[in-house]
Design a protein around this ligand. Structure first.
Ligand code: FE
Ligand code: FE
Ligand code: FE
Length: 190
């Protein structure tokens, strides 16, 4: 693995790179894929915990019972995903700790403004689904990457646990599609 000093040297040696755009690694930058994998786990651990905090507000703002119950079910699932991530950290011999996920923080902020910008009822429900699906897609992308990293690193038990969560996130996205098609979009268009 290259250390930051080698990267710096390589940077000045490579004529095809625009040196002004090359980012200087932080002092705690990951030196190998395993370290980066653990960083990514901390990011999603923060994100899942933030969702445990944020989902009750989304459920409280839902009008369609099918949406409310879908979010409640997702909250229970998310709490279990937090515990599952703790098992992954344990398998790796790492401490379970979160590191702020700027992407999810942004998606939650956007979710809050969607609530403010909609009247309670079918339109707000449609907004909640839109915001929730953006979050599910972020999680699907994240867990897809984490499963691939775990497999590459030979961490097969961790890969299995992460694949379980990946499957749950995909299922949640499908459920939101069904709720939208069956109830919310129809009423919102009226
Ligand atoms: Fe999740
Ligand atoms: Fe993130
Ligand atoms: Fe999710």
């Amino acid at each position: 693995m290259k250390n930051p000093e080698e990267i710096k040297q390589e940077k000045s040696a490579s004529p095809s790179k625009n040196n002004d755009l090359m980012v200087q690694p932080a002092t705690d930058a990951a030196l190998d894929l395993r370290a980066f994998f653990v960083d990514c786990l901390k990011d999603i651990y923060w994100a899942e915990n933030a969702l445990v905090g944020a989902l009750p507000k989304m459920a409280a703002n839902a009008t369609a019972p099918s949406l409310g119950s879908a979010i409640e079910a997702h909250l229970a699932m998310t709490k279990n995903q937090v515990v599952r991530l703790e098992s992954v950290f344990e398998l790796l011999g790492e401490k379970a700790e979160g590191k702020k996920c700027e992407a999810l923080a942004g998606l939650l902020k956007e979710g809050d403004s969607i609530l403010e910008e909609t009247m309670p009822g079918a339109v707000r429900d449609a907004g909640i689904i839109a915001a929730s699906q953006k979050i599910e897609h972020y999680e699907i992308a994240t867990y897809g990457t984490l499963v691939a990293f775990a497999k590459t690193l030979g961490e097969n038990d961790a890969a299995k646990l992460l694949a379980q969560t990946l499957a749950e996130e995909k299922e949640s996205d499908c459920i939101l599609n069904e709720v939208a098609l069956n109830a919310v979009n129809i009423i919102a268009a009226e």
